[in-house]
Design a binder for this molecule. Sequence first.
Ligand code: GLU
Length: 479
Amino acid sequence: MSVRVRFAPSPTGYLHIGGARTALYCHLYAKAKGGSFVLRIEDTDLERSKKEYEDAMIEDLKWCGLENHEGPVKGGDYGPYRQSERLDLYKSLAQQLVDEGKAYPCFLTDEELEELTEKAKAEKNSPHHYHDKYRDLDPAEAKKRVEAGETHVIRFKNPRKKYTFTDIVRGEVTFPEDMVGDFVIMRSNGMPVYNFCCVIDDWKMEMTHVMRAEEHLNNTVRQLMIYEAFGVKPPEFAHCSLLVGEDRQKLSKRHGATSVVQYKDQKYLPQALMNYLCLLGWSHPDEKDIFDLDEIAPIFDLSRFTKAPALYDIEKLKHFNGEHMRRLSPDDLLSYLKPTLPSDHPFHTQSEGWQKDCVGFFKEKINIPAELPEHLEVLFSTEPQRGEAVDEVKGWETTAAIQEYIKTEVSKLAESGAEFITVDQFNDWTNHCKKELKIKGKFLFKGMRLALTGMAEGPDLKVVIPLTPMSVMKARHGL
Ligand code: GLU
């Protein structure tokens, strides 16, 4: 049987990085096994589901490089792929369970439910055991009340026994007999609940594996009951480790950016985000940490999931972005970084050759595009720097001599029409200061740096000086 896996988001918000990780594992596993990766939209919560979120999710999955083989846009043999378009199926199967005595209509009103919940609290019991009042109501009587239009939900008749299954990540998992009560499968507005439609769809769409986050583990017991009620063999389950923030709490907005779109907006490389997410809950057989999806797909397997909660660390993600950025070809590097700079940045006024040299040098200094403008200051800033380090160098009398000499040289060069200072010229000037002005050591190197860049520290002058436009050099010397 060929592998079929699905990513089944509820369109109630933007694609979360936890969701992107699940989608990534599904994508990789389908690819590794030559199977199908299915996108299913779980939109039965009418109040919270929005089409704009569905569209955004599809867009963001595409940006991640996780395109599906079947889904609401792509279509496929198992559609429709939006749960809101499959309501008749859920209704008829819920009715089938009622007819078979495996589910029943429940007429508890909201007030009654609340009262029972309070009672359970007072008696220090879990409330679901108090919600089964209609479990043994005569089916004929129940049918009459339903037909008379009485408001009701449909509850699943819990077989009240222990459930055990083997999870790919967590091993054998046992749910005690009293873990859940007679849970609702159809709401009073006629809409099915997640646990019910999820089972129906995973079954009817012939899913072989269900990968999802650990927080769904407790839903699995309900889902196992439903599979059993229909006499259907459940798929294999893999409940992937929880993503946590530095305080070890479940990842949430207060830990920083948690939506894929935020990383897209901050111009992270999708391949870096995918690489990082892949390793949060899975490990490479050769302990390799930097890879592309194409490299990893052939060796991705389900035996390498890790159980422990995975720490989501944005600083680490930045490092991954830097590594992937440095793997880009010169052309791709320029195409990546150039559009991240403001349109009025002087970078754009330089030639393409200059731009390539420039990003080729600064890629070593940065991990994410947002760090680039600050580094470019050394090439474009005409504001004299302040601070103790600058003042110290300025205070040396040798510095004044260097500055005077450099100003004359820059002026001569500018008049000759040169657009840049070459490395040779820079070397000649340094030698002049050494031999003629008799300046040595830190007085020479720091003095040269201050005279040329206005800064006390910075990257290699032999690289930055030939990249600094003459207009900037002139402005720095009041020319
Ligand atoms: N709609 C559920 C969610 O977004 C899917 C869970 C599952 O994969 O079964 O959390």
